[in-house]
Design a binder for this molecule. Structure first.
Ligand SMILES: Nc1ncnc2c1ncn2[C@@H]1O[C@H](COP(=O)(O)OP(=O)(O)OP(=O)(O)O)[C@@H](O)[C@H]1O
Length: 243
């Protein structure tokens, strides 16, 4: 299996007014191509910190982060931003859509930012929104969409650049259970098409849908378990069915 994302003895210490918080204390983790990995653990164990370090959104205190065979923890801010635009997709708990842009403009944006032509970006964004069941919501503003619809737009945006890895911080954390099921089914459908996924979650259903669950405790990996393969996948948007 080819590693997509790898950490080596990764550590992060926050200094808060003289007090040091050891948020991540030496983590070795390898995410292989095509894996769906959930990171779980009690509040404050370092999940979001780890994800942010792996995404190059926060600076490491010690250790290394490798993405697609390239060491990224020492890159400049400009190089990191370019790397994120080209290689990483993000979904967050609070969707983080641009409020003044329509659904389709939100999905087009990452494509335009990497220099794709307007027509090409529009076609790709339409296809993604159609795939996620949002064919009648192209022109809606985020504020006109339900939480589940906003997260589907965010997912379309995250997948627009066919990222090497999709990173999520509590992607179902702000959704009702029907919308969570929809979003989870879409995440699993992305995995079934070969998308690599790494999600931080408190949601046991998200963890149960993963191929592998990494449990953190006090800034360290406490457990790393492969789950049984071949669980049935609910069709996307079949919100009523089991996931
Ligand atoms: N910017 C920061 N400055 C100082 N301390 C921080 C900062 N961010 C996180 N921490 C601390 O680092 C530790 C790990 O936090 P982190 O947010 O990574 O945990 P988490 O497992 O994601 O928690 P939760 O499940 O509640 O989101 C906690 O003790 C937290 O208080």
């Amino acid at each position: 299996m080819t590693p997509v994302l790898e950490t080596r003895r990764l550590a992060k210490t926050y200094d808060t007014g003289g007090t040091q918080v050891l948020a991540v204390r030496g983590i070795d983790l390898t995410i292989s191509r095509g894996e769906f990995v959930a990171i779980v653990g009690p509040s404050g164990c370092g999940k979001s910190t780890l994800l942010n370090l792996m995404a190059g959104l926060d600076r490491v205190t010690a250790g290394e982060v490798w993405l697609g065979g390239r060491r990224i923890d020492q890159l400049s801010e400009t190089a990191l931003a370019r790397m994120r635009r080209q290689k990483v997709g993000f979904v967050f708990q609070f969707f983080n859509l641009m409020p003044t842009l329509s659904a389709i403009e939100n999905v087009e944006l990452p494509l335009l930012l990497v220099g794709r032509h307007r027509k090409e970006a529009r076609d790709a964004a339409s296809r993604l929104l159609d795939d996620l069941g949002l064919e009648d919501k192209y022109d809606a503003a985020p504020s006109q969409l339900s939480g589940g619809e906003q997260q589907r737009v965010a997912l379309a945006r995250a997948l627009a650049n066919t990222p090497d890895i999709l990173l999520g911080d509590e992607p179902t954390g702000n959704l009702d259970s029907a919308s969570s099921r929809e979003v989870l089914a879409l995440l699993r459908a992305a995995r079934d098409r070969g998308q690599t996924l790494l999600l931080v979650t408190h949601d046991t259903r998200v963890a149960a849908a993963a191929d592998r669950v990494v449990t953190l405790r006090d800034g360290l990996v406490n457990d790393d378990t492969e789950l049984q393969a071949a669980r049935p996948v609910t069709l996307p948007l079949d919100a009523g069915g089991p996931v």
